[in-house]
Design a protein around this ligand. Structure first.
Ligand code: DOR
Ligand code: ZN
Length: 350
């Protein structure tokens, strides 16, 4: 059957392999937006202060579960924030006890709340070696922070200058290159070792840098890594629809209040949790690849993380335009929902 004929699609319940839930009032407001559609999510640890230790991850997990509405189910898969002081024994204990599923590596200064990240990658070698030994994945924010490197080149330079040396020294380490934005990253993952995978966000499948900068600056399309030129977006779509098991969804849904985004130095982050599945269905339909959506959202991620896919399903039904709020209100202020720039027709039903 041609995709054009499809009006209903049932998939295993999706998971989000890269999600920012924040804490406190923001957590309370945004968690249901993810739990409505996603069974599990890899929870980013870039709180202030960051989630560094097993004990901190366990406490954060408890706060997430306490914020979950009683009629919803959701499993947060916790990560630890890598610092140059991270203790390999603590990381191993967090992994073997099931408290943490991965460690997140932020180059210091690369993005929101990354100040405690890593500058000297040799200093984390004992942690990386231990992670390789125990099979614990490393999630990488792949951008160099050198101010001399053009922001649009920072991902490609990171691959050459940081990722390739890490990979060479540690072939057994499972690495997820998070939120890839370039053809260079797609090619790197495609040509790489079996232990290498990448997440792709919803918004990077939809916007390019013109959406941010042409015809007036659009702070709600600003995130890091910043969206690149159209050829890169096309490469990301090709990777997402390919069915290649090394590419899976990580929304990087990253709520910031409107006042925090709409100012002379606005925060990076795009809030896609409420309409991600409808957006993705449009992208896959336009690429005549709807039958590949399930691999991207529901099968490839658990496979890489060594988890079973979800047994429950959701059904996407095509119909009148989906309505979703322009903003959600939170105890911290309003948060604008991602506007893909075209109507969405795919409704998510349980
Ligand atoms: O745009 C982004 N927002 N990129 C990141 O890497 C972090 C995130 C956030 O936490 O707001
Ligand atoms: Zn992120």
């Amino acid at each position: 059957m041609k995709d054009a004929a499809l009006t209903s699609l049932t998939l295993r319940r999706p998971d989000d392999w890269h999600l920012h839930l924040r804490d406190g009032a923001m957590l309370q407001a945004v968690l249901p937006e993810s739990a409505r559609h996603f069974a599990r999510a890899i929870i980013m640890p870039n709180l202030v202060p960051p989630v560094v230790t097993a004990a901190q991850a366990s406490a954060y997990r408890d706060r997430i579960m306490a914020a979950l509405p009683s009629d919803m189910t959701f499993e947060p898969l916790m990560t630890l924030y890598m610092t140059e002081e991270t203790d390999p024994d603590d990381v191993e204990a967090a992994f073997t006890s099931g408290i943490a599923r991965a460690v997140k590596l932020y180059p210091a200064g690369a993005t929101t709340n990354s100040a405690s990240g890593v500058t000297d990658f040799d200093r984390i070698r004992p942690v990386l070696d231990r992670m390789a030994d125990i099979g614990m994945p490393l999630c990488v924010h792949g951008e160099v922070t050198d101010s001399r490197i053009d922001i649009f080149d920072r991902e490609a330079v990171f691959i050459d200058k940081v990722l390739k040396p890490i990979r060479k020294k540690n072939p057994d380490l499972k690495i997820v290159m998070e939120h890839v934005t370039t053809e260079d990253a797609v090619d790197y993952v495609r040509d790489a070792h079996k232990n290498t995978a990448a997440t792709i966000t919803t918004h990077h499948l939809i916007i390019n840098r013109n959406n941010i900068l042409a015809g007036g600056i659009k702070p709600h399309y600003y995130c890091l890594p910043v969206a690149k030129r159209e050829a890169h977006r096309v490469a990301l779509v090709q990777a997402a629809i390919s069915g290649d098991k090394r590419f899976f969804l990580g929304t990087d849904s990253a709520p910031h209040t409107d006042p925090a985004k709409l100012q002379p130095c606005g925060c990076a982050g795009i809030f896609t949790a409420p309409n991600t599945m409808s957006c993705l269905a449009e992208v896959f339909e336009a690429a005549e690849a709807l039958p590949k959506l399930e691999a991207f959202t529901s099968l490839n991620g658990p496979r890489f993380y060594g988890l079973p896919p979800n047994e429950a399903t959701i059904t996407l039904k095509k119909g009148d335009p989906v309505t979703y709020p322009e903003q959600i209100s939170t105890g911290d202020g309003p948060v604008t929902v991602f506007d893909p720039g075209f109507p969405l027709h795919w409704h998510v039903t349980p």
